[in-house]
Design a protein around this ligand. Structure first.
Ligand SMILES: NC(=O)c1ccc[n+]([C@@H]2O[C@H](COP(=O)([O-])OP(=O)(O)OC[C@H]3O[C@@H](n4cnc5c(N)ncnc54)[C@H](OP(=O)(O)O)[C@@H]3O)[C@@H](O)[C@H]2O)c1
Length: 220
């Protein structure tokens, strides 16, 4: 079993490094194949660079480490190859203007997760995951001691949950399910109460994540 990672930037690069360190084989792809190749060369024999099509063909799971706008193009182009796969979505509804200022790209009540899930072909197994930490925090928090950092995920799909829990553990984190796709927005920034930036920048462990989740579910 291998995991395709489409996009080798901040998030795709960190996820690929963590998975390979945890013994998971990965196939990486980007717009520029040379960037994927540079990452695969750095990661060694458990990583391979490929075109997007080739990466998807051989994988049972795929991490779409792409901006939401790019997903709107890539997913329809690759719909046939995404059917039957576990599709992991770390995206946020965010873009940056010319001055570097970020802004929300979707209405407050619409999550990037709901958009990505709706773009997928029937038979794809959608899960929101690997986006709850800023990229810098994700890069340095694998196998944290004495308590692992938690990565929260959302899915309505049992096989996606099983696969993403395996990937999150292999990457060096503790997984926690927060709900179905309807809860995806809680894991996104801006606005998500269970995203690192909705938690005062804290990188929480599993116990703190459970407390945050249960606290938010208490009636006011
Ligand atoms: N950065 C963060 O702190 C952070 C945190 C949590 C979640 N996220 C989310 O994670 C996603 C990725 O963010 P990022 O910061 O990793 O972005 P990034 O560093 O800009 O990387 C984006 C990657 O997408 C690839 N790409 C773009 N169009 C493509 C296409 N048509 N086919 C194949 N690959 C394509 C790019 O390829 P090239 O390298 O060839 O250009 C690049 O490797 C976004 O949705 C973001 O909201 C980001």
């Amino acid at each position: 079993m291998s995991t395709a990672i489409i996009g080798v930037g901040n998030i795709g690069g960190a996820v690929a490094r963590h998975l390979v360190a945890g013994g998971e084989p990965v196939v990486v792809a980007a717009r520029e194949e040379s960037r994927a190749k540079a990452l695969a060369d750095e990661l060694g024999p458990n990583a391979r660079a490929a075109s997007v099509e080739d990466a998807l063909t051989g994988a049972d799971a795929v991490v779409l480490a792409l901006w939401l706008d790019d997903m709107r193009e890539v997913i329809p182009e690759q719909a046939r190859l995404l059917a039957g796969k576990v599709v992991v979505d770390p995206s946020n509804p965010i873009r940056f203007d010319a001055t570097g200022q970020s802004f929300r790209t979707l209405p407050d009540d619409q999550s990037a997760g709901s958009v990505v899930a709706s773009l997928l072909p029937a038979g794809a197994h959608y899960v929101k995951a690997f986006g709850t930490l800023g990229a810098d925090a994700l890069a340095v928090s694998a196998n944290r001691e004495p308590r692992r950092a938690a990565l929260l995920y959302a899915t309505d799909d049992d096989s996606a949950a099983t696969t993403v829990e395996r990937l999150i553990r292999a990457a060096g984190f503790d997984p926690l399910k927060v709900g179905g796709v309807a809860a995806a927005g809680r894991l996104e920034t801006p606005g998500g109460d269970l995203h690192q930036f909705g938690l005062n920048g804290e990188i929480i462990d599993l116990e703190q994540a459970r407390t945050a989740l249960e606290g938010a579910q208490q009636p006011a």
